[in-house]
Structures are given as structure tokens and as C-alpha cells.
Design a protein around this ligand. Structure first.
Ligand code: GLP
Length: 254
């Protein structure tokens, strides 16, 4: 696991986009795992710029999103489906038949979760998975206590996650209680992980993830076991790290 500290959110986002673009250029029909939340918005902006200015081609790329709220239809402006189209897909040449976001309205959620796992396998597995991190150390919607070997399934959201995400809804009680999420095992199967965090509100979670013991109580700590993982943070999110970390990843220093 490699940790990279950037001065600003913009620099963090540019590096994340460069890592993703590198995979897309080397393997035009790659499979990307994508994330939602406020953290990756800058990365998506940079990918859009690379598409528009440098012709970065997404037409053969397959994508799988990490998670979706149960009970929100795709057209709901807080659904992750809506978020992805609004923040990325509509502005690049994404092929709608290659884009996958879990279906929060699936009539049989258990069957849907198995289908999602099968589709990821059929696509050849995820080449690069982008991740944010919750203030409580969750990845996707794998809340503290999630099995470190878990697969795609429904999770009940923690009170902290509901409180954190309430800012996107009119009122806290509008935040869905359940979500479909890729499991921790599903995420760890990706060939490369890129985890992003900015702002001081993530400093505790990043300190535990990078320098703490691996524990299901901080699901992101599992990333320590991944053979090719890069954690990119801004200065504020790095505040509680005690070791020294570089400003460039090995992969771009070659
Ligand atoms: C949600 C998502 C996570 C995301 C987290 C952090 O809970 N399910 O995938 O990492 O929010 O969100 P933000 O980036 O807005 O801090």
C-alpha cells in the first residue's frame, strides 16, 4: 500500500484522474470501479477535461459503481445512479450498456446482488477501483463490523453515515436506511485500488486506515493487504499521520 500526500484537493483529484487515465490508455476495454460522494467529484471533472481536451476514450470502458441507496429510483437526484450520470457519464463518451450502478429499486435485492457479482466476473473483474472513505472508516457502504470477506449485499447504514449524508437531503429522515453495496471481498478482488480522502473530517479515519491495525471496525484498513493500492490524501486529511509519505506515487515515477 502506498500513501501519497498532496497539498490540495485539486492536486489529489488530478493524480487520481491520471492513475485512472493511465489504465484506460493502456487497456481501452478496461473495467473501472467507481465511487460516489463529494470526494471523487474533482477526479471526475479532471477525467471529463482529459476526455474533452486529450481525447481520452471511454467508449469501450465498462464501469461498476460501488453502491446505491435502497428505495431511490434512478431519476431521484440523490440516487447514486443520478450522481454518476450528472457528474461523469453525461460528459464523457460512456457507453450506457457498459455502465452499471446497483439498482436500488430491484424487486429481488438478493438476486440482484448475485447478478451484480456475476456481471463483474463476466466482465473480467475490476482493473481499477476508486474509493472514498466514510468518517467512520467505511468503504462503499461497508460499515464498521462488516465482514472483511463480504460480497455485494444490503447493509443497514450507521447513524454516523446517515448524519454525514443528511447534508444532501432536505431532512435527516429522508436519508435511506439501507443500501446495496459491493462487499469488502468484492472490492479487494480489484487489481488496483485508489482511495481518496480530503478535509480534516477524514483525518481520524485516514490515520486508522494507514497506521492502525487491520480491523473490521475500520473497514478501510483492509486496503493494507491489497498488493496494489494507492491512498491519496490532501494535507488536511493527512494531519494525524505520524510517518513521512511522498508527494508522488511510484507508478508515475517510473
Ligand atoms: C458514502 C459513500 C461512500 C463514500 C462516503 C464518503 O457513504 N457510500 O462510497 O466514500 O459517502 O463521502 P464523501 O466523499 O462525501 O465524504
Amino acid at each position: 500500500m502506498e500513501v501519497v500526500i498532496k497539498n490540495t484537493y485539486e492536486e489529489m483529484s488530478a493524480l487520481a484522474a491520471a492513475l485512472i487515465a493511465d489504465v484506460v490508455r493502456r487497456k481501452p476495454n478496461c473495467v473501472l470501479g467507481l465511487a460516489t460522494g463529494s470526494t471523487p467529484v474533482g477526479t471526475y471533472k479532471e477525467l471529463i477535461r482529459l476526455h474533452k481536451n486529450e481525447g481520452l476514450d471511454f467508449s469501450k470502458v465498462t464501469t461498476f459503481n460501488l453502491d446505491e441507496y435502497v428505495g431511490l429510483p434512478p431519476e431521484h437526484d440523490q440516487s447514486y445512479h443520478y450522481f454518476m450520470w450528472d457528474n461523469l457519464f453525461k460528459s464523457i463518451n460512456a457507453n450506457p450498456s457498459k455502465v452499471h450502478v446497483p439498482q436500488g429499486m430491484a424487486p429481488d435485492i438478493t438476486a440482484f446482488c448475485q447478478w451484480y457479482e456475476d456481471e463483474i466476473k463476466k466482465a473480467g473483474g475490476v482493473d481499477l477501483q476508486l474509493l472514498g472513505i466514510g468518517g467512520n472508516g467505511h468503504i462503499a457502504f461497508n460499515e464498521p463490523g462488516s465482514s472483511l470477506g463480504s460480497r455485494t449485499r444490503v447493509k443497514t447504514l450507521d447513524d454516523r453515515t446517515i448524519a454525514d449524508n443528511a447534508r444532501f437531503f432536505k431532512k435527516k429522515s429522508d436519508v435511506p436506511r439501507y443500501a446495496i453495496t459491493m462487499g469488502i471481498g468484492t472490492i479487494m478482488d480489484a487489481r488496483q485500488l485508489v482511495l481518496l480522502a480530503n478535509k480534516e473530517t477524514k483525518a481520524d479515519a485516514i490515520s486508522a486506515t494507514v497506521e492502525g491495525p487491520i480491523t473490521a471496525m475500520v473497514p478501510a484498513t483492509i486496503v493494507q493487504l491489497h498488493p496494489k493500492a494507492t491512498i491519496i490524501v490532501d494535507k488536511a486529511a493527512s494531519k494525524k499521520l505520524t510517518h513521512e509519505y511522498p508527494a508522488e506515487p511510484r507508478v508515475l515515477r517510473r
